[in-house]
Design a protein around this ligand. Sequence first.
Ligand SMILES: NC(=O)c1ccc[n+]([C@@H]2O[C@H](COP(=O)([O-])OP(=O)(O)OC[C@H]3O[C@@H](n4cnc5c(N)ncnc54)[C@H](OP(=O)(O)O)[C@@H]3O)[C@@H](O)[C@H]2O)c1
Length: 343
Amino acid sequence: MRVAVVGATGAVGSTMLGVMAERRFAAREIVAFASERSAGRAIAMDEATLTVQALSDEAIQGFDVALFSAGSATSEAWAPRFVDAGAVVVDNSSFWRMQEGVPLVVAEVNPEALDSHEGIVANPNCSTMQMVVALKPMLDAVGIERLVISTYQSVSGTGQRAVEELREQTLAVLDSEEVAPPSVYPHRIAFNVLPQVETFRDGDDYTTEERKMMAETRKILGREDIGISATCARVPVYTGHSESVNVQTHEPLEPAACRDLLAGAPGVLVLDDPADAIYPLASEAAGRDEVMVGRIRRDPSHERCLNMWIVGDNLRKGAATNAVQLAELLAERELVGRARRAA
Ligand SMILES: NC(=O)c1ccc[n+]([C@@H]2O[C@H](COP(=O)([O-])OP(=O)(O)OC[C@H]3O[C@@H](n4cnc5c(N)ncnc54)[C@H](OP(=O)(O)O)[C@@H]3O)[C@@H](O)[C@H]2O)c1
């Protein structure tokens, strides 16, 4: 396979290159793309060095797969051009996710949705991704009626500039220096918690991130009838999103049975011995592909509700790892390149 990585210099793009190297991704050639600003820059990948290219109609010819993580505007403009040139696009941005004919896929949850792709496959939002990996076994076993979600999201979910902003603000506070006005977030993120992830669009009192969690969860799980309420907060953590999720099931499910169910589920790691301070932590999840689940306990206010704490690396399973898994599944299912066009 010949693979393009668009946004290769960014937080997600560089993680995708690392994940491909770790998984010995079967690519004949990998070409790194980014903006004009980075053209010519060298990126190390395993033992190879990739030279970053700018996007152009000539440069995008001849790819089987293109993994995009360069923001919505780039995905909107360039994903269809890659498709016209013969590639299947796996897109990390939010632009294509809710569009008709674009499957929104989590490798462990709904891989069969890939079969209906028309050239573009969407990778879900990071906070949704990790949550549905943990919820799917519960949905299959006992059904889900309603979810009440609170997230504690890391700054790398916003990209490289946000990581830098947290670092600079933290150093300034610790050195008792004046903190420069924030440029990425509306308020200082260092030593703070912001009850806003993304924007309040068109007067909505939910943020775009909260709306994404609600809509994407229903699309991936194929269940429009699940009631969902989400509050998303940004916390001064570099990597790893944490989530408190209250799950109202259709059939009763004991916490112990839930632990057993999740312990056998693909991509999930149960860490749940709170008396010994064993539960998922962002610091433990960072750098790993599993979604960690713990603090599984009954909601004392409702007999069919469980509370749980779900943590995942937003750059890996929340973005890069799932995108690479989707590229692997597309190849396995002969849904790329010449095989796709012949079908
Ligand atoms: N961070 C996460 O946890 C996460 C999770 C899921 C999805 N996503 C999505 O993934 C995408 C990238 O996020 P990120 O966090 O990796 O952002 P980032 O660190 O800011 O990286 C952005 C990348 O896009 C490239 N780019 C920007 N404008 C471009 C253009 N006009 N043409 C080609 N390349 C361009 C940048 O290249 P230069 O270096 O040349 O500027 C850089 O490689 C976003 O759509 C985001 O919503 C992020």
